[in-house]
Design a protein around this ligand. Structure first.
Ligand SMILES: Nc1ncnc2c1ncn2[C@@H]1O[C@H](COP(=O)(O)OP(=O)(O)OP(=O)(O)O)[C@@H](O)[C@H]1O
Ligand SMILES: [Mg+2]
Length: 273
């Protein structure tokens, strides 16, 4: 992947402590420009996830330490069964940790009860899946509106805005069967972003798409990340996609095997695979 280097994370997956990290804003240290400091938004501390399966236990994640900054675009790589979806589901409040601590925005989400988790998911998280998961009997616009709590005129405006953001304003009245795969995935993205959740979780979002369509979808995500500052965690098998991230996390058998910083993330259109 060329433009990566061993990250500051120093092997244990944790970032260096950052004095005064709550305040963003660049500056100079000994005359050298330093990057604006990002606030840590998602912090895994010694997180393990174990699924009991009858007599045996499956360790899906083991002692994960990882801090993800606000506005970062993180790509998670790793072979099948390495724990990628498990990690995403923990952040998304779809599953709870077995041990360790997972904080989001300073809140320990491992301690939330069912109601707390529902509220957390509703306000903080947007999910984008491999198989779009659109409702076939609703139009593109209705699918996006479906994610909104109460479809007032104002909310309806938000759904249209989200469709515009993904370049599908003209397809608002099409049903999923009248849309291409890439268009369907863009509707799913619009649905995930229409409430402007601070965190977008994407599990193999281009897994079902051809090359060009996949790149278009990735371009949309990159724009959302850059323009709206949403934090994105994207799971993929495709290591070429890693080049558009700020950092990549490689999982192996449930453990963080490597964290790399991408010095100059590429534009989605420049990716080649
Ligand atoms: N609900 C569950 N019950 C039992 N074991 C599970 C459960 N979910 C996941 N696992 C196991 O945990 C491990 C990690 O699964 P996970 O789905 O996170 O992998 P993944 O990296 O997303 O794989 P893939 O690339 O195939 O989607 C696997 O060994 C899997 O079989
Ligand atoms: Mg998976």
């Amino acid at each position: 992947m060329g433009e990566t280097e061993a990250a500051r994370d120093g092997g244990d997956g944790m970032r260096d402590p950052r004095p005064g990290e709550a305040e963003a804003g660049g500056g100079t240290v000994h005359g050298m420009a330093v990057k604006p400091q990002q606030r840590d938004l998602i912090v895994f501390e010694e997180v393990s996830k174990v699924y009991p399966m009858g007599e045996v236990e499956v360790v899906a994640l083991r002692d994960v330490n990882l801090a993800i900054g606000e506005g970062e675009f993180i790509v998670i790589l790793g072979p099948s069964g390495s724990g990628k979806t498990t990690l995403l589901n923990l952040v998304g409040g779809m599953d709870t940790v077995t041990s360790g601590r997972l904080t989001v925005n300073g809140r320990d989400i491992s301690r939330l009860d069912t109601r707390g988790l529902t509220e957390y998911r509703r306000t903080q998280i947007g999910f984008i899946f491999q198989f779009f998961n659109l409702i076939p009997t609703l139009t593109a616009l209705e699918n996006v509106e479906f994610a909104l709590d109460l479809v007032s005129e104002n909310e309806r405006g938000k759904a249209r805005e989200a469709l515009e953001m993904v370049g599908l304003a003209e397809r608002a009245d099409h049903f999923p069967s009248q849309l291409s795969g890439g268009e369907q995935q863009r509707v799913a993205i619009a649905r995930a972003i229409c409430k402007s959740p601070p965190i977008l979780l994407c599990d193999e979002p281009t897994g079902e798409l051809d090359y060009e369509t996949g790149k278009t979808v990735l371009g949309v995500m990159q724009r959302i990340n850059r323009e709206k500052g949403q934090t994105i965690i994207l799971v993929t098998h495709n290591s070429a996609i890693a080049e558009m991230a700020n950092r990549t996390v490689r999982l192996h058998s449930g453990e963080v095997a490597e964290i790399l910083e991408v010095k100059n993330p590429r534009d989605a259109e420049e990716l080649v695979w």
